[in-house]
Structures are given as structure tokens and as C-alpha cells.
Design a protein around this ligand. Structure first.
Ligand SMILES: [Mg+2]
Length: 123
């Protein structure tokens, strides 16, 4: 079974570098973007299994990117990785919009994130 194809979208360069240097050596096909608009282009181009998405970004926020992606092609599973916390309101809204999961940032365990990616890719 081949490893999941991932697109990660996050405006924090250090975070995106960390994600890429974790997943890439483990055999995942991962491409990254620091802006929502570029992320959307990458999703069109790469047709990933999983999208790792930040919520708060300059330009288009992750929730808008989610609705654009869902209207384009509902198949990639979108996992939000964000520090944003408003008592679960946004989390519930994103899940209702079709997000697959919500993962807290800072990511305490990349292994756990990897497990979630695999689960999402095989659902
Ligand atoms: Mg951000």
C-alpha cells in the first residue's frame, strides 16, 4: 500500500518545515504552501488524500479554503491543525462543513498526527 499523498497549508514556515521533514523521509508524498490560494492550486494539481490545514492565515483563512476545496472536489480529507480555541465552537463548525478532524497545535506528537493522516487516507 502506498503512503498517503499530503498537501499541508500553513503560514508558519517553521511549522510547515517541521511537518515536511517528518513526513517526507517516511515515504509520504508531501507538498506545502504558506498561503491558502497556493494551497488550492496544489490540491488541484496533486489531488492529495489528505490536506493538513491551518485556520488563521493572511489572505484566505483555512475555513474559506475548506469550503472552496469542498466545492471543487469533496474527496481529500481535511485535517485542521490549529492553536485556535474558542471552546469548540469553531471545531464544531469546521466538522459540520466537512472537515475530517481537528488537531491541536502545538502538535505534541507527530506520530499521532501521522496516525490520523493514515486513518483519514484509508477511510
Ligand atoms: Mg496561522
Amino acid at each position: 500500500m502506498s503512503k498517503a499523498k499530503i498537501v499541508a497549508i500553513d503560514d508558519e514556515v517553521e511549522f510547515i518545515d517541521m511537518i515536511k521533514s517528518y513526513f517526507e523521509p517516511r515515504g509520504y508524498d508531501i507538498t506545502v504552501a504558506i498561503r491558502g490560494t497556493r494551497g488550492i492550486e496544489l490540491v488541484k494539481e496533486k489531488k492529495p488524500d489528505v490536506v493538513l490545514m491551518d485556520l488563521k492565515m493572511p489572505g484566505i483563512d483555512g475555513d474559506e479554503v475548506l469550503s472552496l476545496l469542498k466545492s471543487m472536489d469533496p474527496s481529500p480529507k481535511v485535517i485542521f491543525v490549529t492553536a485556535y480555541d474558542d471552546g469548540g465552537k469553531t471545531k464544531a463548525r469546521l466538522l459540520k462543513m466537512g472537515a475530517y478532524a481537528y488537531f491541536d497545535k502545538p502538535v505534541s506528537s507527530l506520530r499521532e498526527l501521522e496516525e490520523m493522516v493514515n486513518k483519514a487516507a484509508n477511510t
